[in-house]
Ligand binder design. Structure first.
Ligand code: PLP
Length: 450
């Protein structure tokens, strides 16, 4: 008699895993998920996990939110068809664009839809290239971002991403320039204050613009808080220091709010939390509370007018995806914005963020191997170090954060290893009891690993 193969073995044989540590998954098997309830997911063996990763930052309203599922069903029943181009557009798309401009920091604007955050960044870059060429500045093509930034995986957005793993693809493409990551704890120099560090980064930006020539630079992209780089809030005064420099050289500042947007930092937008107004916003993930793959480029008034003028000139913007502005995605996004902003979810983040920070800080203080706690709102990271005083990282083939995350998984808690840190970005519906469960399991895991 043959034993039927396990789900885990079947996954291992049939699938090419993305962003997965292979030795871990070969040894342990992937978690094969069947369903979810609130912030919990369940695997094929019936085991329950508290998902402190919110899926991938996006399932902010939990895994079984009825109003969102009903909004999706209603629109599938009413009209599930794609009509984004050739003079046609869904009524839901119009409603969502109006809503996005209304809740944006802009008094006016225009919206363009994609299927993902990567494509939204890619689209923004193409829009800037198109715009500058139309305004007789065809040399303005270089893109400025930062080391440790994450902007996606398409050839362009991966080139914007400041991670060494993209070298295996021969990326970044030419013309994508990475500036210093604004992580003071890690990159501040001996004796340098945080203010001096920020000033150094602002000077680096201006020097780079002068060296490359302002007339060769298309735009500057930044996440308000770097997410997949390891939850790195900007150093003190960072955006206040760089925004005027970009303005001086007429370089658009694009806020990549794929993670920070719609409440993650405690306000609707990360740029609001850090006190700057960008020229455009990139949105995805929580835009649909994770229920539909969708991204959006939201142009502020000046860029909206300039891009529209460029389009008028050639009478067509030759860009778009088959499912751009899909009516079901738009209907879900309209509901998701309502649920997050008006049903107490954003409020829950604001109310419980100090409790989340305090609990994690207490865990750090009790550990000899957590060197830094950083974050804001409902996005935090604990950085593991071999030595707290010297900030020396751990070495070894399986990173310590991978071992912590694996141990958490065994204990029924999903959290994400990122470099040397453990990331916690729970759904916005998290209760105080569920938060305590998260703290308990995390500390248990840390005690087992260290
Ligand atoms: N931008 C940021 C800030 C992100 O965090 C991500 C994904 O994590 C992306 C862009 C890419 O989005 P997607 O994975 O939907 O392509």
């Amino acid at each position: 008699m043959t034993t039927p193969q396990s789900w885990e073995a079947r996954a291992d044989e049939s699938s090419l895993y993305g962003f997965t540590d292979l030795p871990s998954v070969h040894e342990r098997g992937a978690v094969i998920v069947t369903h979810g309830e609130g912030p919990y997911i369940f695997d094929v063996n019936g085991k329950r996990y508290l998902d402190a990763n919110s899926g991938l930052w996006n399932m902010v309203a939990g895994f079984d939110n009825k109003p969102l599922a009903e909004a999706a069903k209603a629109q599938y029943d009413r009209f599930p068809g794609y009509h984004a181009f050739f003079g046609r557009m869904s009524d839901q798309t119009v409603l969502l664009s109006e809503k996005l401009v209304e809740v944006s920091p802009f008094e006016r604007g225009r919206v363009f839809y994609t299927n993902s955050g990567s494509e939204a960044n890619d689209t923004m870059v193409k829009m800037l290239w198109f715009l500058h060429a139309s305004e007789d500045n065809p040399k303005r093509r270089k893109i400025l971002t930062r080391w440790n930034a994450y902007h996606g995986v398409t050839a362009v957005s991966a080139s914007m991403t400041g991670k060494p793993y993209n070298e295996v693809f021969g990326l970044p493409l030419e013309g994508f320039i990475h500036l210093t990551c604004p992580h003071y704890w890690r990159f501040g120099e001996e004796g340098e204050t945080e203010e001096e560090f920020t000033a150094r980064l602002a000077a680096e930006l201006e020097d780079t613009i002068k060296r490359e020539g302002a007339d060769t630079i298309a735009g500057f992209f930044a996440e308000p808080v770097m997410g997949a780089g390891g939850v790195i809030p900007p150093s003190k005064g960072y955006f206040q220091a760089i925004a005027p420099i970009l303005k001086k050289y007429d370089i658009p500042l694009i806020s990549d709010e794929v993670i920070c947007g719609f409440g993650r930092t405690g306000n609707t937008w990360g740029c609001e939390t850090y006190g700057f107004t960008p020229d455009a916003i990139i949105s995805s993930k929580n835009l649909t509370a994770g229920l539909f793959p969708m991204g959006a480029v939201i142009l502020g008034p000046e860029l909206a007018d300039r891009v529209q003028a460029a389009v008028e000139k050639i009478e067509e913007f030759p860009h778009g995806f088959t499912a751009s502005g899909h009516p079901v995605g738009c209907a879900i996004a309209l509901k998701a914005i309502d649920v997050v902003m008006n049903d107490g979810l954003a409020e829950n983040v604001k109310r419980l963020a100090p409790r989340l920070e305090a609990g994690l800080r207490a865990i750090m203080d009790r550990s000899d191997n957590i060197g830094e706690l950083r974050g804001i709102g409902f996005m935090w990271a604990l950085e593991a170090v071999k030595d707290k005083a010297t900030k020396t990282p751990f070495d070894g083939s399986l990173s310590v954060s991978e071992r912590i995350a694996n141990t958490c998984t065994d204990l029924g808690l999903i959290c994400r290893p990122l470099g040397q840190s453990i990331v916690l970005c729970p759904p916005f519906i998290l209760t105080e009891e569920q938060m305590d469960e998260m703290f308990e399991k995390l500390e248990q895991a840390l005690n087992k690993v260290f």
